[in-house]
Design a protein around this ligand. Structure first.
Ligand SMILES: Nc1nc2c(ncn2[C@@H]2O[C@H](COP(=O)(O)OP(=O)(O)OP(=O)(O)O)[C@@H](O)[C@H]2O)c(=O)[nH]1
Ligand SMILES: [Mg+2]
Length: 438
């Protein structure tokens, strides 16, 4: 059985989130998973290829932001690119206008008419409702009740939708916002399309809003496409986002029509209408509510870290290079994150592979023990460490003299490399990364 759209996307994200480390193969694998999920979600194949290509290219070529691990980097890019399909959303302008609501049976059209009426009313606009659904006997009554609740006039009755709409437009000509409810059907039948087209012709609506129940998932794309071809959709409202539905269909709906998502319905009450926010929507869809916060936090931390990196870079270039500096440098090499930017610029820099990281960490542990047996003077000026000191330090640390010698050899090598950095050009390059002058 095929997994649901949201579930398939979720599992792709979790693959990255839970992997011990992220490499090229995993990125490729996950990009393929995302492709499958999007295609399964009825997202246009061309768009799927475009988005997945972008994710792969960016994940493999861009460097992680300072403070971000490789894993967070890839998650962020996947997140970025999927949000960009959803678009920024759009809010209806606060102005005099006619709004026509369309959608299949039971999707939440009538309820959303009431929600929008209340929304515009709160913004100080005069609002009127039109019961353009003459097919379901209780439809007019339902809209009347909604109107009563918020003190908005409702026009309806009769059995000819076109007539009702014409009369209503005359009657409500002085109102700022006129919202027209229309009939739903089980499927997009020819009569419904014809009626919709006729109403649209009479009303000349500024907005044609497609109301989609978020729980219908992948069918949302097909529906949106059909409605868009019939009358041209200017926006989508997703309802019942408060239910168990994850609203994966939104991606398809928006991708199919190019029409932005305007609002989401989050309950049966007239206040349960929210402005659409792509980022929040996606973290909800992916069941990773903390992803958005995580990304924000990491970016914030990264800003603070920049200063720290700047200080370290300055110190390294000041010519004084102690054993402690060497230790810190090795430590940086074993960690991803804020210092990677600095490490990449070091003459021996670049990323270590897993094995190298492991070896360096092992060395660091040993070096730490040895350094603990040194005096402050020795740490700051290792050149004074000759054979008698070596013996003493080795005894104190419980290691062989050759281990101390190895540490000193490593130190001298690092120092030489740092010296090559006193080359002005390189210094500029390194410090230029942090936008500070020399
Ligand atoms: N939980 C929840 N229920 C909603 C939401 N929007 C609408 N509903 C409920 O969904 C049901 C159908 O809503 P309607 O507004 O009547 O839907 P419709 O599209 O006008 O239906 P037809 O006119 O019969 O085609 C009602 O019980 C509403 O209360 C929502 O955002 N959340
Ligand atoms: Mg209705």
């Amino acid at each position: 059985m095929l997994k649901s759209f949201g579930e398939a996307l979720r599992s792709a994200f979790h693959k990255i989130a839970n992997a011990p480390y992220v490499d090229k193969d995993l990125v490729k694998e996950v990009v393929r998973d995302i492709q499958r999920a999007l295609i399964q979600g009825d997202v246009n194949v061309k768009l799927v290829l475009e988005v997945s290509r972008k994710i792969e290219k960016r994940a493999l070529e861009e460097k992680p932001l300072p403070g971000m691990s490789n894993r967070e980097h890839v998650l962020r890019i996947m997140y970025d690119e999927l949000s960009s399909i959803l678009g920024k959303g759009r809010e209806l302008p606060i102005k005099k206008q006619r709004i026509m609501m369309v959608g299949l049976y039971g999707q939440g059209k009538t309820t959303t008419c009431g929600k929008l009426a209340k929304y515009f009313q709160k913004k100080g606009m005069s609002v009127a409702l039109v019961a353009g659904d003459v097919h379901r006997p209780a439809a007019y009554e339902q809209l009347k009740q909604i109107g009563q609740k918020i003190n908005v006039p409702v026009y309806g009755g009769g059995n000819d939708a076109i007539e009702v709409v014409k009369e209503a437009l005359n009657k409500f000509s002085k109102y700022d916002v006129i919202i027209i409810d229309t009939a739903g059907r089980h499927a997009l039948e020819k009569e419904l399309i014809d009626e919709m087209k006729k109403i649209a012709k009479v009303v000349q609506p500024d907005e044609k809003i497609l109301v989609i129940d978020a729980s219908i998932g992948q069918q949302a794309g097909k529906q949106a496409k059909a409605f868009n071809e019939a009358i041209g959709i200017t926006g989508v409202t997703l309802t019942k986002m408060d239910g168990t539905a994850k609203g994966g269909g939104a991606l398809s709906a928006v991708a199919e029509t190019g029409a932005p998502i305007l609002y989401i319905g989050t309950g049966e009450h007239l206040d349960d209408l929210e402005k659409f926010d792509a980022t929040r929507f996606l973290s909800r869809l992916l069941g990773m509510g903390d992803l958005e916060t995580l990304i924000e936090k990491v970016e914030e931390v990264a800003k603070g870290k920049e200063r720290e990196i700047e200080e370290k870079a300055k110190k390294m270039l000041s010519g004084k290079f102690t054993l402690i500096d060497m230790y810190e440098q090795m430590e940086m090499l074993t960690k991803m994150g804020p210092f990677q930017k600095l490490v990449d610029l070091l003459p021996f820099g670049g990323k270590l592979n897993e094995e190298e990281i492991y070896e360096t960490q092992k060395k660091l542990k040993k070096f730490k023990v040895i350094m603990d047996s040194m005096t402050k003077k020795e740490l700051e000026n290792p050149n004074i460490i000759k054979s008698s000191r070596i013996k003493r330090i080795a005894r104190g640390a419980g290691v062989e003299p050759k281990d101390v010698k190895e540490l000193l050899k490593h130190y001298n090598m690092s120092k030489k490399m740092m010296k090559s950095l006193s080359n002005k050009k390189l210094q500029k390059k390194l410090l230029g990364q942090f936008k500070i002058g020399l």
